[in-house]
Design a protein. Structure first.
Length: 377
């Protein structure tokens, strides 16, 4: 697209900041509006698989991510005592590394710095209050009272997306899967040089993921009632109660958790916007359009792919409408495949009943999925 656009991005998370950087580097005028007062991300760490690292390279922050994180190549499958059952080399997309574990706050800082360095503006403490799309542009009033006209509005505002509700009403409410993710950051053990998946069959699985030379996080998924919340004073004890079958590295990691404050608990929900992801000049991306379970470690990767492909589509197409159509045609099949396989893996690992379609997907499996996802998108 020859004429620079004015683009408003609703949400300053991983996907929104990636898009802000990609567009600003191309000469577009970009503002990110973020409800929080700062970019400091909540949570523990995150895995950047090779396809996500390819995007980081394309927006100029790959070296920063690798410096702040922990690069790894091998997925280790272990028994509950920590004995190695299999070591699975992880594939690469081009010359990007296989994987990088990184603390979420570090990644947020890297992306925020890149976005502002590229020329994007980040407005904190505000959200969209009013929006009117007349087909030629979008008039937006923010909650802080400021108003402007934009060529495109992009909702990277997460699984609970207010922009999605504005576009589609209550047709796409997040659906709780019945499972929740427990995570906690602990000192990295010397032998944890890549993800170690400790398996006790369907009883429990625990992952150790290195995120710096000094730190790793322990993660585990369990069935939990929808209204369950960990006890604010005993969350670490509740986590330990769910993993009594493990000794070795997992038990050592649990022993390092002496208080509840580091435990992060998040319910696992899904959203699939079945209608087009854009209405006029307003578009949803990332978890706002297609949130998945974490079993392929591809949620953030799908968001940053969404961002880069959207920037490329705006380059290649003659108008905003054509660019959004081309973008969704590229992104929907891949994002839906990830979502479907991720949910099938969840059901398989927890003893749920799978459909014939899910059984076909499961023939690919997690190792096979990694090889599919390093193919060009």
């Amino acid at each position: 697209m020859a004429t620079p656009l004015r683009v408003l991005i609703h949400g300053g998370g991983i996907g929104g900041l990636t898009l802000a950087t990609a567009l600003a580097r191309r000469g577009h005028t970009v503002e990110v509006v973020e409800l929080r007062d700062e970019l400091e991300a909540l949570g523990v760490g995150i895995i950047q698989p090779s396809n996500a690292l390819h995007v980081m390279r394309e927006i100029g922050v790959l070296d920063d991510c690798l410096k702040a994180g922990f690069e790894w190549e091998i997925l280790t499958i272990a028994d509950p005592a920590g004995n190695t059952l299999a070591e699975i080399p992880q594939p690469r997309m081009g010359d990007a590394p296989s994987n990088n574990g990184i603390p979420r706050p570090a990644l947020s800082r890297i992306l925020g710095t890149a976005a502002t360095a590229a020329g994007a503006t980040i407005r904190f403490g505000a959200t969209i209050a009013e929006l009117a799309d007349d087909g030629e542009g979008v008039d937006v009033t923010l909650s802080d009272g400021s108003a402007a006209r934009w060529d495109l509005v992009v909702g990277f505002d997460g699984i609970g997306s207010p922009l999605r509700t504005r576009l589609y009403g209550d047709r796409y409410v997040p659906q709780y899967t019945g499972f929740a993710n427990w995570r906690v950051t602990v000192p990295r053990q010397e032998q944890v040089k890549g993800v170690v998946m400790g398996s006790a069959g369907q009883a429990a699985k625990a992952l150790l993921t290195p995120i710096t030379d000094e730190l790793m996080y322990l993660g585990a998924v369990f069935a939990e009632p929808e209204d369950f919340r960990p006890d604010a004073e005993k969350a670490h004890e509740q986590l330990k109660e769910r993993l009594p079958m493990f000794s070795g590295p997992v038990a050592e990691a649990l022993a390092a958790v002496t208080g509840p404050e580091a435990v992060v608990y998040s319910r696992i929900s899904q959203v699939t916007v079945e209608e087009p992801w854009h209405v006029g000049r307003v578009v949803l991306a990332g978890d706002a359009a297609h949130a998945s379970t974490p079993h392929l470690a591809q949620g953030a990767a799908m968001a940053v792919e969404d961002a880069l492909v959207l920037a490329e589509a705006l380059d290649a197409e003659a108008g905003v409408a054509a660019a959004l159509d081309a973008w969704e045609a590229r992104r929907r099949p891949r994002a839906m495949w990830v979502q479907s396989l991720s949910h099938a893996v969840l059901k398989q690992e927890t003893g749920g009943e799978t459909t014939p379609e899910e059984d076909e997907l499961l023939k690919v499996g997690i190792p096979g999925a990694a090889h599919v996802l390093v193919q060009p998108y």
